[in-house]
Design a protein around this ligand. Structure first.
Ligand code: 13P
Length: 250
């Protein structure tokens, strides 16, 4: 049995004082949850989130990590800076980073390896664009993204990775993949992991769905056999809605 994982990607929202208040509200709502709960604020809000979640079952994640240990990389954060700040998880290769900030499959792979080397748990995002779905090549896209992200990652380390399947056309659009569509692609990702490492890894690796998951559709999505959790944007900023999603992840 894979433990489900519900992660909130706060994206570029909340100031530090707002993040503190939101994290405190989520800590209260997440008490006794039967899934892993993660909140991913902006880097500047990480200290406030770590402080607010201390001693709770809510972990803190970052939204990105650089692959070098230190050096002349203005604006970037190294993995050991995140671990020292109390961060446990890190989102890597989100489609917004691929779309707006030049993230490639290759840099996703470098970041994944750097995160694992520092003891961070990567949440690696994959997912097809609308054009790729319409052209019927979504399988090729998620297979390629998954394989390159995991290049050179050992089987033991691969077990620590969570893969988030986020179809780009469903992010922030209110369009959710149907539960069957999401389960199908999460299944393709699991098969891909099996071809790389065998069932020892593919049976334990967690695969989330992300893209307009909300309080109304979470239960149906999370009931699917290949969906082990959710990476939630908009609804993760609303503690009551996020609580419903956490409650649906049994
Ligand atoms: P929304 O839930 O706002 O569609 O965002 C999904 C997402 O991108 C999470 O990483």
């Amino acid at each position: 049995m894979r433990k489900k994982i519900i992660a909130g990607n706060w994206k570029m929202n909340k100031t530090p004082s707002e993040a503190k208040a939101l994290a405190e509200a989520i800590v209260t709502k997440a008490e006794g949850a039967s899934c892993d709960v993660v909140i991913c604020p902006t880097a500047i809000c990480i200290p406030a989130a770590v402080e607010a979640t201390k001693g709770s079952n809510v972990a803190v994640g970052a939204q990105n990590v650089h692959f070098k240990e230190s050096g002349a990389y203005t604006g970037e954060l190294a993995a050991n800076m995140l671990t020292e700040a109390g961060v446990k998880y890190v989102i890597i290769g989100h489609s917004e980073r691929r779309q707006y900030f030049g993230e490639t499959d290759e840099t996703v792979n470098l970041r994944t390896k750097a995160a694992l080397a520092a003891g961070l748990l990567p949440i690696v995002c994959v997912g097809e664009s609308l054009t790729e779905r319409e052209q019927g090549i979504m399988d090729d896209t998620v297979r390629r993204q998954t394989k390159i992200a995991l290049l050179g990652v050992s089987a033991e380390d691969a077990k620590k990775v969570t893969i988030a399947y986020e179809p780009v056309w469903a992010i922030g659009t209110g369009k959710t993949a149907t539960a069957d569509q999401a389960d199908e692609v999460c299944g393709i990702i699991r098969e891909t992991v099996k071809t790389l490492y065998g069932s020892e890894v593919s049976d334990v690796i967690r695969i989330q769905y992300g893209g307009s998951m909300n309080a109304g559709n979470a239960a149906e999505l999370l009931a699917k056999p290949n969906i082990d959790g959710g990476l939630i944007g908009g609804a993760s900023l609303k503690p009551d809605d996020f609580a419903v999603i956490i409650g649906a992840a049994k």
